[in-house]
Design a protein around this ligand. Structure first.
Ligand SMILES: Nc1nc2c(ncn2[C@@H]2O[C@H](COP(=O)(O)OP(=O)(O)OP(=O)(O)O)[C@@H](O)[C@H]2O)c(=O)[nH]1
Ligand SMILES: [Mg+2]
Length: 218
């Protein structure tokens, strides 16, 4: 299948997030910004969530990567409309790029647009891309000190997902440390423990997102 590949626009720093938000609101599309380190499981989690949510919602995906189209191909293989955004070196996505990509989707038919941000625990948190809400993923092999070391990613999120919980027996990863640190920077933020490998925790996360998306589209 041929994948549309778009490139990050270079006139950065102009904040068009409000414009993106208005366009999506007009078409009743909920944009979800998915963030986390390289390899934390963003694409895998999207695959799991699409399986749970696609019966109720019409879903599209923007796959952000420095280069290549591996992730967009994985999503397209699910028969889900996907566009690959290559930032050509930039460590985050900006709203300008989302504005440019939106016409690639049939927004009138879409309910949910997931954006997989660039794998990075720092920069993406600093940029509003016009999202309705954010999901941050942290995986067990990354270590339990990440909330303390990269607080913005956990403060400015609407939902924290701890992924690869099937790996807990093999790492010195203390869930309580992450839970306490997260509570410290984001007292109200929901937290979900999941494994994409076993499917553990995915139904609960999908149910939370289902309710959240319904609220946003109401
Ligand atoms: N054991 C285990 N492996 C997982 C889990 N979720 C994802 N993986 C693996 O982790 C690796 C990276 O997953 P991806 O989904 O590609 O991660 P990503 O965050 O999209 O990576 P980038 O797009 O490169 O930033 C893959 O080999 C997945 O199979 C999980 O819950 N448990
Ligand atoms: Mg990915």
């Amino acid at each position: 299948m041929e994948i549309t590949v778009m490139h990050q626009v270079m006139e950065w720093n102009e904040d068009v997030s409000a414009e993106v938000r208005a366009e999506l609101r007009k078409n009743r599309v909920c944009l979800i910004n998915v963030m986390g380190s390289p390899g934390t499981g963003k694409t895998t989690l999207l695959t799991s969530l699409i399986a749970k949510l696609r019966r109720e919602f019409s879903i599209g995906v923007i796959e952000g990567d420095i280069t290549g189209q591996i992730d967009a191909e994985k999503i397209a293989a699910l028969q889900i409309p996907s566009v690959q955004l290559n930032t050509d070196g930039a460590c985050h996505i900006e709203a300008m790029s989302i504005r440019k990509i939106l016409p690639q989707f049939d927004l009138e038919k879409l309910d949910v647009l997931f954006v997989e941000n660039i794998g990075n625990l720092v920069c993406p948190a600093e940029f509003d891309i016009g999202e309705n809400f954010r999901i941050t993923i942290l995986s067990v092999p990354e270590g339990d000190d990440k909330v303390k070391k990269y607080p913005l990613m956990f403060t400015d999120t609407d939902c924290l997902v701890v992924n690869k919980c099937d790996m807990l027996p093999y790492f010195d990863f203390h869930l309580k440390t992450v839970q306490d640190d997260y509570r410290g920077v984001n007292p109200e933020g929901p937290l979900f423990l999941v494994s994409n490998r076993t499917g553990w925790g995915i139904p609960e996360l999908a149910e939370h997102l289902r309710m959240r998306i319904r609220d946003e589209l109401a």
